[in-house]
Write a protein that binds this ligand. Structure first.
Ligand SMILES: O=P(O)(O)OC[C@H]1O[C@H](OP(=O)(O)OP(=O)(O)O)[C@H](O)[C@@H]1O
Ligand SMILES: O=c1cc[nH]c(=O)[nH]1
Ligand SMILES: [Mg+2]
Length: 211
């Protein structure tokens, strides 16, 4: 399903794995493995429309023209910490991709995104950038991350998340209407502390065992 620049990935494997991740008793190991597996499946979806070009190759039997991915190279941009959970799955499918690390945490009182690290290829203007973070809650982190990437020249950005709140989608689309979103689910709403309901809790804590 696709609405207003939001691509809802309804593939049964993604939906099934997401339900397993939501369960409160899922182990850290299980949570991490599932996020990695879903990362691979979401990578498949977000790269679905990449252009192909025909190149000359030789099979053992004869020459032929065969399709290869053309054009801009991919850069993966995980938002730390939780976005790292998608990275290995994505890199398994596109091992040559560059990686831009975006260090942001959400201040628990103000819910504003606080930057603490940013390391990206110097010029992103000729790259397709896939920004990733499992959670799109208020949208503050995703908005800040997209702005940092644009300041490095990025003009072709896609955002992959696992769960989105309607509030976060609206906020992100208002500030970055040029950046399409891929998500496995749009949940009901945010609670008073900015957590997604029903959600899956704190993704970073569940992945790294920090609570
Ligand atoms: O849309 P928002 O309201 O900004 O919330 C989403 C952000 O919150 C979480 O990160 P957190 O700040 O908990 O950091 P962590 O990944 O290091 O745990 C999550 O991984 C997103 O980055
Ligand atoms: O529900 C939420 C909201 C922000 N960050 C998370 O990890 N979970
Ligand atoms: Mg974060």
């Amino acid at each position: 399903m696709t609405t207003k620049n939001v691509n809802l990935v309804s593939h049964p494997l993604v939906q099934h794995k997401l339900s397993l991740m939501r369960e409160k008793d899922r182990s850290i190991k299980g949570f991490r493995e599932l996020l990695n597996e879903i990362g691979m499946l979401l990578c498949y979806e977000v790269t679905r429309d990449l252009p192909l070009e025909m190149v000359d190759i030789e099979t053992p039997l004869q020459p032929m023209k065969a399709p290869q991915i053309a054009g801009k190279k991919l850069t993966f941009a995980p938002i730390l910490r939780a976005g790292v959970g998608f990275l290995d799955g994505m890199l398994a499918l596109v091992p040559s991709a560059r990686v831009a690390h975006i260090g942001l945490y959400r201040d628990p009182e103000t819910l504003q995104a606080v930057e603490y690290y940013f390391k990206a290829p110097h010029d992103l203007s000729d790259r397709t950038v896939v920004m990733m973070d499992p959670m799109l809650a208020t949208g503050n982190s995703a908005c800040a991350a997209a702005s940092l990437l644009k300041a490095r020249g990025a003009r072709d950005i896609r955002f992959v998340c696992l769960l989105a709140a309607p509030e976060g989608i609206a906020h992100f689309q208002k500030e970055h209407s040029d950046v399409p979103i891929w998500t496995a689910a749009v949940d009901e709403r945010l609670n008073d502390h900015g957590y997604i309901l029903p959600g899956l809790g704190d993704a970073g804590d569940r992945m790294f065992g920090t609570k």
